[in-house]
Design a binder for this molecule. Structure first.
Ligand SMILES: [Fe+2]
Ligand SMILES: [Fe+2]
Length: 321
């Protein structure tokens, strides 16, 4: 279960929370005075471990969540029994549709990284919205945008590799780049499918290569982190296992789908899921390797022992293996 605390009891100060709210897409247009008066006092704080369930589809909804730190993955059913997968990033909100329809969760949501959510109890929020039209307008704008997104067709966007994604290890960077290439190959094949009544030839080959390569990459990356003695290795492994489970479950559903259009739909979602996953995971987690500092001449090849690695000290960056 997530630990629930009020802002007064939690690790965050009211200043931290206000600073977050004024930058969040949902609340940034509201004056600070209004946020301090109406929102900050009614926020709770919840902590979640990677893989931990936050809401389940069909369950009773009592809170709206704002992702303060971390990232969550959601699945919701669409017409025809299909599933739609999505990520919610820091600053974004989920669960607000309960204000529009009924109090039932429309998605199953899990943390995919250590996550802190700010929570707003629905009834209390409704009272605050009734007392301040600007707050009601801000919340209903989020609801309107979310409903519009649900009506929009799923697009196949390419995931371009860029220098800014380099973590500083030539081996890991090359693997990340190869993963981008495989994901974009999958996207290209899906994009050039004229009709979703047939699955393009070669797609299962790319899919197999992609899944094997994710496996190899996670293994190699963990090995590199182990050699460097990175203190957050276990947490990182946990995130990798959670992502692997998501990918395995996706692949199982693709293989089990009997109708080509269902398979096509799942492939589209897997493409988006893997692209988002790669970009977010590299930027938020893998990138920590880049800021890890070791003594100037230490490299893995020189036989640096774990206990010799010095995190965050006055030393130069060195090339990672
Ligand atoms: Fe990683
Ligand atoms: Fe990685």
């Amino acid at each position: 279960m997530a630990a629930e605390t009020s802002p007064d009891q939690g690790l965050l100060t009211h200043e931290d929370i206000l600073d977050f709210l004024v930058r969040s897409p949902s609340f940034r247009h509201l004056p600070s005075e209004l946020l301090i008066r109406l929102i900050v006092p009614i926020l709770g704080i919840s902590h979640y471990e990677p893989g931990q369930l936050i809401t389940y589809e069909g369950g009773r909804q009592t809170n709206i969540h704002l992702v303060y730190r971390g990232r969550v993955h959601g699945i919701r059913s669409t017409e025809g029994g299909r599933e739609f997968h999505f990520f919610i990033q820091e600053g974004e909100m989920f669960g607000e549709l309960a204000l529009h329809s009924n109090r039932t969760n429309t998605s199953t949501i899990r943390a995919v990284a250590p996550t802190i959510c700010l929570t707003l109890e629905l009834e209390t929020l409704k009272e605050a919205m009734a007392s301040e039209w600007r707050l009601a307008r801000a919340i209903f704008m989020v609801i309107g945008q979310r409903l519009a997104e649900r009506l929009a067709p799923m697009e196949i966007t390419p995931f371009p590799w860029s220098e800014s994604l380099k973590v500083g290890s030539s081996r890991i960077d090359a693997q990340h780049e190869r993963l981008f290439d495989l994901i974009n190959q999958l996207g290209n094949l899906l994009r050039h499918t004229v009709t979703d009544a047939t699955i393009p030839q070669g797609i299962h080959g790319i899919l197999r290569d992609l899944l094997l390569y994710v496996d190899t990459h996670f293994h190699d990356e963990e090995h590199m982190m182990e050699d460097l003695g990175l203190p957050w290795l276990e947490a990182h492994k946990k995130i990798h296992r959670s992502l692997e489970n998501d990918i395995i479950s996706f692949n199982r559903k693709i293989q089990q789908a009997t109708a080509p259009e269902s398979q096509h739909f799942m492939l589209l979602q897997l493409h988006k899921f893997l692209g988002d996953l790669l970009v977010n995971h590299i930027m938020e987690e893998d990138m920590k390797v880049r800021s890890y500092r070791r003594p100037h001449h230490a490299t893995v090849e020189t036989g640096l022992k774990k206990e010799q690695a010095i995190p965050n000290q006055q030393s130069s960056f060195v090339n990672l293996p």
